[in-house]
Design a protein around this ligand. Structure first.
Ligand code: UGA
Ligand code: MN
Length: 331
C-alpha cells in the first residue's frame, strides 16, 4: 500500500514537472525582471515548492496510514529517591549521578538532604542539572546518626531521608488526580553507587517489586536473587541468607502503585544491620511475588561502589598558615 502511494506521488511529481517545463517553454524568453528572477531560478523555486507540498502530503498519508494503532504513550516515570549528606565528595557524587540520570527518559529525581535545611550547593546543582527534580531535606536525629569514627555499619544510613521521599510521593500522587498519576516506578539510589542506564529500562515495567543482582556488595563479587522457572527461590549472599529480603537497597524497585497501596511501608531507622531493606519490603511484597529482571538476575547493572574519603593533610597544614584554599570556591 505504501509503495503504491509512493509511486502515485512520484508520477504526480513527474507530470507536474513536465507541465511546468512546458509552460516555461511557452513563455519562451527571459522575463524582464531582475537577474534573480530568471526562469531557471523560478523553476527551481517552483520545484522546491512542489517538493515541499509533496513531502507534506506524504507526511499526512504516513500519519493516517494506520489509524487503528494506539498513539505512542509516554513510559511510566521513574522516581529516584536519593539520600545525600554534606561531605567533601558530595558534589562529585551528585554530579556523576545526575549525569547518568540525564541519559534516562522520564526520570524524576527526589533528592533528600540529610540536613536541617536545604543547602545552596545541592540547590544549585539541581537547578543546573537539566533534570526533573524535587528537593527535600530532613535531618537524621543525632542519636541515630553515625558519629565520626563510628564503623559505617553501626547504624542504618539514609532511612529518614528515604521515608521523607516516600512521604512526598504519597502526598503528591494522592488518588483524585486520576489513574495516570499513579503509574510509575520508585527506586532508591544511593549517591555513591554506579548505575548502568540499562538498569532503568529493566525496572520500567515493574508491577509490584522487581529485583536484580548488585555488584561488589556484601564482601562478594555480587549478590543476587536466584531464579528458577522464572521465580525467585532464594538469594545468593554471603551473610544471613535467612533475612526476609537479603537484598541491597540498589537491588530492587517498587511500583508507585504498590507504594501508594501500602501507605505504612517505610524504612526502620532502628533496624539491625542488614535489615533496613527488609523493614520496607516486608510491608509491600512477598518473596513469591518478586519479579526477576536483568536476564533472570544473571547480569550486573549496578555496583555498590564506595568513594574514598579524601585526605586533607596539606589543606589543614596550609590553613594553619593562613594559606588554605579559597572557601568561596565550591568543590
Ligand atoms: C549500604 C546500602 O547500600 C545502603 O543503601 C544502606 O542505606 C546502608 O548500607 C545502610 O545499611 O544503612 P553504604 O555504602 O554502607 O550502603 O551506605 P552509604 O552509601 O554511606 O549511605 C547510604 C545513603 O545514605 C547514601 O546515599 C548517603 O549519601 C546517605 N547518607 C549517609 C545520609 O543521608 N546520611 C548519612 O549520615 C550517611
Ligand atoms: Mn554507599
Amino acid at each position: 500500500m505504501r509503495l503504491k502511494l509512493k509511486t502515485v506521488f512520484v508520477l504526480y511529481f513527474m507530470v507536474s514537472l513536465m507541465g511546468l517545463v512546458y509552460a516555461l517553454m511557452q513563455l519562451g524568453q527571459r522575463c524582464d525582471c531582475t537577474e534573480h528572477d530568471l526562469p531557471k531560478d523560478r523553476t527551481i523555486s517552483r520545484l522546491r515548492g512542489e517538493l515541499h507540498r509533496l513531502e507534506e502530503q506524504m507526511k499526512k498519508v504516513e500519519a493516517t496510514k494506520s489509524p487503528h494503532q494506539a498513539p505512542k504513550s509516554t513510559p511510566p516515570t521513574i522516581f529516584v529517591i536519593t539520600p545525600t549528606y554534606s561531605r567533601f565528595v558530595q558534589k562529585a557524587e551528585l554530579t556523576r549521578l545526575s549525569q547518568t540520570f540525564l541519559h534516562v527518559p522520564q526520570l524524576h529525581w527526589v533528592l533528600v538532604e540529610d540536613s536541617p535545611h536545604k543547602t545552596p550547593l545541592v540547590a544549585g546543582l539541581l537547578a543546573d542539572s537539566g533534570l526533573a527534580y524535587t528537593h527535600l531535606h530532613t535531618a537524621t536525629p543525632k542519636e541515630r546518626k553515625l558519629q565520626d569514627g563510628d564503623p559505617s555499619w553501626l547504624k542504618p544510613r539514609g532511612a529518614e531521608q528515604r521515608n521523607e521521599g516516600l512521604r512526598w510521593l504519597r502526598e503528591d500522587r494522592r488518588a483524585p488526580q486520576g489513574a495516570d498519576s499513579q503509574q510509575g516506578v520508585v527506586y532508591f539510589a544511593d549517591d555513591d553507587n554506579t548505575y548502568s542506564i540499562q538498569l532503568f529500562q529493566e525496572m520500567r515495567g515493574t508491577q509490584r517489586v522487581s529485583v536484580w543482582p548488585v555488584g561488589l556488595v556484601g564482601g562478594m563479587r555480587y549478590e543476587r536473587p536466584v531464579v528458577e522457572g522464572g521465580k525467585v527461590v532464594r538469594f545468593h549472599t554471603g551473610w544471613r541468607p535467612s533475612r526476609p529480603f537479603p537484598l541491597d537497597m540498589a537491588g530492587f524497585a517498587v511500583s508507585l502503585k504498590a507504594v501508594l497501596a501500602n501507605q505504612d511501608a517505610c524504612f526502620d531507622g532502628n533496624a539491625p544491620m542488614g535489615f533496613l531493606e527488609s523493614s520496607f519490603l516486608q510491608g509491600v511484597v512477598t518473596m513469591e511475588e518478586l519479579e526477576p529482571r536483568a536476564d533472570n538476575c544473571s547480569k550486573v547493572l549496578v555496583w555498590h561502589t564506595r568513594t574514598e574519603k579524601p585526605k586533607m593533610k596539606r589543606e589543614d597544614a596550609l590553613q594553619a598558615q593562613g594559606l588554605g584554599s579559597d572557601n568561596a570556591v565550591e568543590v
